[in-house]
Design a protein around this ligand. Structure first.
Ligand code: ZN
Length: 359
């Protein structure tokens, strides 16, 4: 039985079960026939603090920071601008960052704004957590560590992909090994409280379909906007297991739809390619049972993946030259955030009137 990574409760519900999945950072050489190791991939909603969380984790290494998507770079700039307007980013103040193993550090921007990086262990006026906390298996310990870094009067700002938007858009493939928590405002509030912090202001951004930046301080009270956001999330059912379990239905529907759409095009003689060998792509392909007969290759700009294949199936990963050489009729885009970026990078596809399928 799972016990909560934040509050230790053992009461809760499995709300999403993606079956046995390969570790999402394992890209075997293309010639390796497999089979690849697989592990259960399940999301559980705590019945006490409502934190949505990963149940089993294979403990494999995190995907190294590859090429940073432009969406992430733009988000960093937006967030730092908002925090500057809010008076949290200011020249001469100190900052400590808890970043993501996937990259996307805000430190260059914060330094450019005149902030000084706190020395290891030194307390900071601003503690920034940018998708770092979700990578921590023991949530209350990780929150306590961040709270302890705060200088008197300091604030922790945590940026997270909102469970409310995961629900609203049926983004079941946000669930992956190595990502231990999927936060709603109520769950983040409960987690912050375990470390003596409380919500203050909050902002939202379009990244990943809905990303929240939340200010946490000792003794704070949620401002009207944060209260409104929390009410909206509660109304949307972020703490209700039956509602969150809608992700499981979305997973079944999404996988079946992609399989059907691919099969239709392949039957119609279309040449199909995938784009974006991301970790979320793996769960979708394995859930849908899609292999190289339906999708002959996936293009990715990260050179470290070229000559390798997707885990759990035999689809090879190739470089962008594949997209320029033999122009496909259909491109399945596994990272919809990249649509405008990819379209701009491949004007040839526009000329050819290529169809984009957003997975
Ligand atoms: Zn809990």
């Amino acid at each position: 039985m799972p016990s909560c990574r934040a509050c230790g409760a053992v009461v809760g519900d499995v709300v999403l079960d993606l079956g046995e999945q390969p570790p999402c950072d394992l890209f075997p050489p293309a010639a390796d026939p497999g089979p690849d190791p697989v592990f259960p991939l399940r999301m559980w909603l705590c019945g006490r603090c409502s934190l949505a969380q990963l149940v089993e984790d294979p403990g494999t290494a995190e995907e190294p920071a590859g090429v940073e998507p432009r969406a992430l770079t733009e988000q960093a700039a937006d967030a730092v601008r908002v925090l500057t307007e809010a008076g949290l980013v200011r020249p001469g103040a100190t900052v400590a960052e808890y970043g993501s193993p996937h990259g996307g550090s805000w430190l260059p921007l914060l330094r450019a704004a005149g902030m000084r990086e706190a020395a290891p262990g030194e307390r900071a006026d601003l503690v920034v957590d940018c998708f770092g906390l979700m990578h921590e298996p023991v949530q209350d310990k990780a929150m306590a560590e961040r709270a302890e870094r705060l200088a008197p009067g300091g604030a922790l700002v945590a940026q997270f992909h909102s469970l409310a938007s995961i629900l609203a858009q049926g983004q079941w493939n946000a669930l992956r090994h190595g990502h231990f928590a999927y936060y709603s405002l109520p769950a983040m509030t409960a987690l912050a409280r375990t470390a003596g912090l409380a919500p203050d202001r909050s902002w939202s951004f379009p990244l990943y379909g809905g990303t929240v930046l939340l200010e946490l301080r000792p003794g704070a009270r949620p401002d009207p906007e944060t209260q409104r956001r929390e009410r909206a999330e509660l109304a949307a059912g972020v703490t209700d297991a039956a509602t969150v379990a809608g992700l499981g239905r979305a997973a079944a529907d999404g996988a079946a739809r992609l399989r059907r759409e691919l099969a239709e095009r392949v039957r119609g003689g279309k040449r199909v390619l995938g784009y974006g060998a991301a970790s979320r792509t793996i769960a979708l392909l394995n859930r849908a049972g899609i292999d190289h007969e339906l999708l002959p290759a996936i293009v990715d700009i990260s050179t470290g993946k070229h000559g390798r294949r997707m885990p759990g199936c035999r689809i090879p990963i190739t470089g962008p030259a594949t997209l320029r050489g033999d122009l496909p009729d259909v491109v399945v885009l596994f990272v919809p955030d990249l649509l405008s970026e990819v379209r701009e990078s491949f004007p040839e596809l526009k000329a050819q009137d290529t169809e984009w399928l957003l997975a």
